[in-house]
Design a protein around this ligand. Structure first.
Ligand SMILES: [Zn+2]
Length: 201
């Protein structure tokens, strides 16, 4: 029985490890890159090497950055007493595009998801608790997506924050975010509305 060369199988395995990419598609991409699209493969290889070497998480908020501290945390004009907690950097970028929010962020890098084996220790919760303990934070806004995992993550964080700082104001985004909606895809106006009408949590 014929089989594919080891090099292609290794690449297929790597693609298969990506979320939502099955083995068939992985093998097809691996063959395509190896045979028909060597220029693209080279570009991918260079881009991957560049992100591996240059991109990391902001030491303060966990946002992606090519420096130690991200551009938001570095900005002296931001209000450092309000932290908006988001699931990932794409949510942050979408909120930034509204130019409405002047506080800072905390990027969790995921949500608690027992079914996917992601527990509280696998996302940036400890560093958030440390921030509210160490810094003069007045309010934490929970800007997680309104679905089962987002809601249970928000509840868990609320619990941790209340234990650490009973005086802290904890709010969440409200109006306009549809249940099951994803912050990453919401329009700017929807985000602005939900920010303005945020409620105590
Ligand atoms: Zn940052």
């Amino acid at each position: 029985m014929a089989s594919l060369p080891k090099e292609i199988n290794d690449l297929t395995d790597a693609f298969s490890s990506l979320p939502n990419v099955g083995p068939k598609l992985s093998a097809r991409i691996a063959i395509y890159l190896s045979v028909s699209a060597k220029d693209l493969a080279k570009k991918l290889s260079e881009s991957l090497e560049s992100v591996i070497n240059n991109i990391s998480k902001c030491n303060i908020c966990g946002n992606v950055t090519n420096k130690d501290i991200c551009s938001v945390c570095e900005d002296d004009k931001r209000d450092k007493s309000i932290i908006l907690v988001v699931e990932d950097s794409l949510d942050l970028i979408n909120i930034e595009s509204t130019r409405e929010y002047r506080g800072v962020y905390h990027v969790l890098g995921g949500v608690i998801s027992p079914i996917n084996g992601i527990g509280p220790d696998d996302i940036n919760i400890t560093s958030l608790v440390k921030r509210v303990e160490d810094e003069a934070i007045k309010e934490v806004i929970l800007g997680l997506n309104p679905n089962l995992e987002g809601d249970s993550t928000a509840l868990y964080i609320k619990d941790q924050l209340e234990t650490a700082r009973p005086d802290l104001q904890i709010t969440r985004l409200a109006k306009g975010i549809p249940v099951g909606g994803d912050l990453e895809y919401l329009s700017g106006q929807t985000i602005i509305d939900s920010m303005k009408s945020r409620i105590n949590f």
